[in-house]
Design a binder for this molecule. Structure first.
Ligand SMILES: C[S@@+](CC[C@H](N)C(=O)[O-])C[C@H]1O[C@@H](n2cnc3c(N)ncnc32)[C@H](O)[C@@H]1O
Length: 217
């Protein structure tokens, strides 16, 4: 890792993290990207396994919702920004939580194997082409347990019609570097996932690609 935190991870601090759920999850996700929050909550409820790795955690919102109904679980939280892992870990402290600071584009500094790996709203923050971002899937595969699932969501707006609010959020966030996804394309991401996994379920919901993938090739 270069030691530098790119803009897509830099904005998550003591002042912004408490606002993240209200502003990003409750407003941008449904109204700019067209995905009801329940879609992500349902995936986490269904897919989080006994040993779960979450990459790009921010507040840990989806994981907290999924774990609310559970008594136990081993959770590893990995993020490029330590503020995020600390914030989420504090809110999940009744579980067995491990924190790791690391870049999803580099081999993950975590102890696998994991039954489930979540990458929600992560790739669209990261710099590079879809093919360059998809290297994170290779690093996930390296720590995925046999029979495990890797799942995620990323806004892939290239070539899609956005509503005026979505267009505004996309332009502003790509200008500041909070998101790096103006050129991200659903079919390109689908191809990267299918190239790496035999068993996939990939959907475009609004302008967001949602996937679950099993059986690395
Ligand atoms: C938009 S938030 C997503 C948070 C959460 N997964 C969700 O769905 O609400 C993106 C998170 O990814 C982290 N992040 C961005 N680039 C990263 C990278 N290259 N490696 C690891 N984490 C990264 C940011 O620090 C931030 O916590």
């Amino acid at each position: 890792m270069s030691g530098e935190i790119h803009a897509g991870a830099r904005y998550y601090g003591a002042l912004t993290l408490p606002l993240y759920d209200a502003a990003v999850l409750n407003i941008a996700v449904p109204f700019a990207w067209g995905v009801p929050l329940e879609v992500g909550r349902g995936m986490y409820r269904r897919l989080v396994g006994a040993r779960h790795l979450d990459i790009g955690v921010a507040t840990g919102y989806f994981l907290r919702k999924a774990m609310a109904e559970r008594d136990a679980g081993a959770i590893t939280l990995m993020d490029l920004n330590e503020n995020a892992t600390r914030y989420a870990a504090d809110r999940l402290k009744r579980f067995d939580v491990t924190q790791a600071v690391g870049d999803a584009l580099e081999p993950f500094p975590v102890e696998g194997p994991f039954d489930s790996i979540g990458m929600f709203h992560l790739l669209h923050c990261m710099p590079g082409t879809v093919a360059e971002k998809a290297v994170a899937l290779d690093h996930a595969i390296a720590v995925l347990a046999e029979g495990g699932v890797c799942f995620g969501a990323s806004v892939t707006p290239a070539g899609r019609r956005l509503n005026p609010f979505g267009r505004l959020v996309l332009n502003a966030s790509n200008r500041t570097g909070a998101l790096n996804n103006a050129a991200d394309d659903h079919d390109a991401l689908r191809a990267e996932i299918e190239r790496r996994f035999r068993d996939t379920k990939i959907e475009l919901h609004g302008v967001m690609t949602l996937w679950e993938a099993r059986e690395p090739r």
